[in-house]
Structures are given as C-alpha cells and as structure tokens.
Ligand binder design. Structure first.
Ligand SMILES: [Zn+2]
Ligand SMILES: [Zn+2]
Length: 434
C-alpha cells in the first residue's frame, strides 16, 4: 500500500527514498505489524478493567495516577488533536498527533528526562564528578510506600551526611560555610520493578566556601558514609513517624530500628563505582550517564518479550543489579524472566508515578538554587554552544532525526513540509507538540 509513495520517493533521490522507507516503517501501524509491543497498548486494552477491579476491591487509585495514565493512553490520539503539515511543492500532507507530556508516557517521558538531564548538565561546574547510590534496608521499604512524604527525609539524610563530612569536625569549615555540590534523584523501583526507593547522587569532587574559594575533595570513606547514612535516616524517620504515624506503627518501627542497629553494623549499602574521571570528555561522559540514568523509567518497552491480549499476560525480563558487581559469569544470577497478568504488570508500574508536588531531582550545597555560595565565577563543564545544541535536540523533529534516522518533514518529492496552522486541531490541549 506504500508502493506509490516509495516510487515517488525513489525518483527524488536515494536520500529521500531511504528517508521515506524508515518513515513508513515507523508508523504505529507498521510497528504493530513488526510485533512492537507498547505499554500504551497494554494500558489501552486493560486500564478500564483494572480500575473496575480496584473499585470492587475497595482500593482507591491516586488522582495523579489517573491523570498520568489517561494522558498516556491518549498520547498522539488524533481525536484529541493534531498538527497538519503540507508540502509546498506537491501538496502531499502529514498529520501528527499531539504528545501527552506525561512523565509516565514512554515516549514523552524520554523527552522529559533529556530536558532534565540538560538542566543538570548546565549546572555542573568543571570538576571531576562521581556517582553515589544510596540504598535502604529492605524492611524499611513499606514505610516509604505508606508515607510518600517521607521521601523528603531520605533526601535530607544524605544532605546531612555530606554536609557533616565537611563541616562536622571543623569549626573553620563551618565558619567559611565550606560545602560540596551535589544533585540527588530518587528512584522508587529496582530492576525487577518492585518498590525499592533509593537515591542516585551526582557529586562534584570539590568544595566551595563563602569566599568563592575552591578546594579539591576526592577522598570519600564509604565505610563511614554507610554508617552515617543509616544512623541519620533512622533518626529522621523516627521523628517523622512520631508526628505522622499511629502508636502501633511507631512501636514496630522502634523495634525494627533496634534490630537494624544490631544486624547492620556496616550500615546501609552505599555504592560508588570508581570510574576514571579526569579528562573533560570523561567527566562529561559520567555526568551524561548519571543524568540520563537517573531519569529512566521503571520499565523500558524493549524489555517486554510478549503480550497476549486474550490470556491477559505479559512476559518480560530484567538483569538483576546484584550481577553488576560480580565479575565471574558463573556466580551471576543471570537474566530473569517474569510472566504475569496484565493487572499485576499495571499495578507494579503505576506505584512509581510520583505525586505532582514531589520533586524527584534536588540540588544541594553549592549546586542548590538558593545557595549563597558563588559558582558563577567557576568554569562550567559544558560550553554555551554545547548546551544550546542539547536544547535544540529536544524538538521532536531533531529527536526523530537523531534516534530513528529519518526526517518526518522531508516529503517524498524531496521538499520540506510546513505546518498549516488553520488545519491543525486541538481538543483540551493547550501545549503544542514540540
Ligand atoms: Zn512534496
Ligand atoms: Zn505521551
């Protein structure tokens, strides 16, 4: 059915033909034929049933979940609006549905993640950086699932620990207000998608004080960081629960806290793979990695192996993170495969939708927005041109050119299509695509 289009494209030159070929293969229809499974499709087919089940089980669904899921289901649905592009040379046209802009949407979430990664990159000063991962004891996870506001304590405990590291034992450092600069992002999921709140921190290996004086800081003692993090988090959780939990929950927490002090002498697991990070390109690479890694979704669609609408099952895999640290292949658990009902799958995914008010990425020390410490005179990691290039690559046309290697606006006749505002249609959406 696309022969005519491809024949015209072939006459317009090799580039145009190749572009048209990839464009056609990326149509949603063609992707479905090629067996591409999308999270959108699974939710579109089963979300109403899932809501019904929750209702009959008396399990209310949070408002922000409703909003994000419904936006995602309608992402690029022509009924909700579209943009109309036309070729000035041959009159051929192209219609594009509007994006939902939900962070939960696999395609829009990617754009959100890249935009945030750019923001972080823009902030970074020119200094080596490292990536620290902070995890909590498994027994504490339930408390965070019940008290979503307690994420603040998790972020704050890390800030306490890293501030104390510099100012705790030095009065002079306190007077000079010497601080590290770091950016923390919360993940609420592990690789298996189960609820497992932990934090990724990108930290510059230097301090800055109130006089703008900068000093390298490269020695992090992980043994003491682990213990300090555990103590500080348990202390903060105790004060939080004292205010917000009932006596029964508080008592069981106190008991658990005692057990943890007894059994986790080494503290909670804090991990920082030491990668060589000195040259500008190495520093940029690690910053890019952490930025993009920190924003990744609970489930990448490429991990879904199969989905059956009739039996209502999803089959997917994950690679356990414990394996990352193991060198010998025989000792690894290896790739894990999971088969579950679409309802279990949906339930696992939506738990990770944050409340709108929760800031999942936060800036601290000399990177904090309100910081009185001066980073203005510090050389930046990325040049202005690099930042503006990152910014322009966020627009949907550049994204398609970059990731899928085709220009959506290149017509099969070789000319470039232009938008026709009068023929565009919007329903309930205020923001334009791209
Ligand atoms: Zn044309
Ligand atoms: Zn979307």
């Amino acid at each position: 059915m696309f022969t005519r289009q491809l024949t015209i494209a072939a006459k317009s030159g090799k580039n145009v033909y190749e572009n048209e070929y990839i464009k056609i293969n990326n149509l949603p229809y063609a992707r479905e034929l090629n067996g591409k499974i999308t999270i959108q499709e699974i939710f579109r087919n089963h979300w109403d049933e899932f809501k019904q089940i929750c209702k009959s089980n008396n399990k209310p669904i949070r408002e922000s979940i409703h909003k994000n899921v419904e936006a995602m289901i309608n992402c690029k649905n022509f009924k909700k609006g579209y943009l109309w592009y036309e070729c000035p040379k041959c009159g051929n046209f192209e219609i594009r549905g509007l994006s939902c802009h939900s962070r939960f949407c696999p395609s829009c979430g990617k754009k959100y993640r890249d935009a945030r990664a750019n923001e972080i990159s823009k902030t970074c000063i020119y200094a080596p950086h490292r990536h620290i991962t902070w995890t909590i004891a498994e027994e504490l996870r339930d408390y965070f699932q019940r008290h979503k506001d307690m994420y603040d304590e998790l972020f704050a405990a890390i800030n306490d620990v890293l501030t104390y590291l510099i100012q705790g034992k030095s009065k002079a450092a306190r007077i000079r207000n010497e601080r590290l600069g770091f950016i923390s992002t919360i993940h609420t999921f592990g690789r298996d998608m189960k609820f497992n709140p932990h934090i990724h921190t990108l930290i510059a290996e230097c301090t800055i004080d109130k006089n703008g004086k900068r000093k390298p800081y490269t020695f992090f003692n992980y043994e003491s960081l682990r213990k300090a993090f555990m103590n500080q988090l348990l202390k903060r959780m105790y004060h939080f629960l004292k205010k917000n939990a009932n006596t029964k929950e508080l008592n069981s927490f106190c008991k658990l806290r005692q057990d943890l002090f007894k059994n986790k002498g080494a503290g909670f697991y804090v991990n920082a793979p030491q990668k060589e990070c000195r040259s500008p390109s190495q520093i940029k690479r690690i910053v890019n990695y952490v930025c993009r890694y920190a924003g990744h979704p609970a489930m990448s669609e490429s991990r879904i192996i199969s989905y059956n609408k009739d039996t209502k099952t999803v089959y997917y895999y994950y690679d356990p993170h414990e394996d990352d640290a193991i060198i010998n292949d025989d000792d690894k658990q290896g790739r894990q495969y999971v088969e579950e009902t679409v309802y279990e799958f949906i339930a696992k995914l939506i738990v990770h939708i944050p409340e709108k008010s929760v800031h999942t990425t936060r800036y601290y020390g000399f990177y904090a927005n309100h910081s009185s410490l001066d980073t203005f005179h510090q050389p930046k990691l990325f040049k202005w041109e690099e930042i503006s290039k990152m910014k322009s690559s966020l627009n949907w046309r550049s994204r398609l050119i970059q990731s899928y290697k085709y220009d959506p606006l290149l017509c099969h006749c070789g000319a470039t299509m232009v938008i026709v505002p009068d023929l565009c249609f919007f329903e309930g959406y205020t923001k334009e695509d791209g």
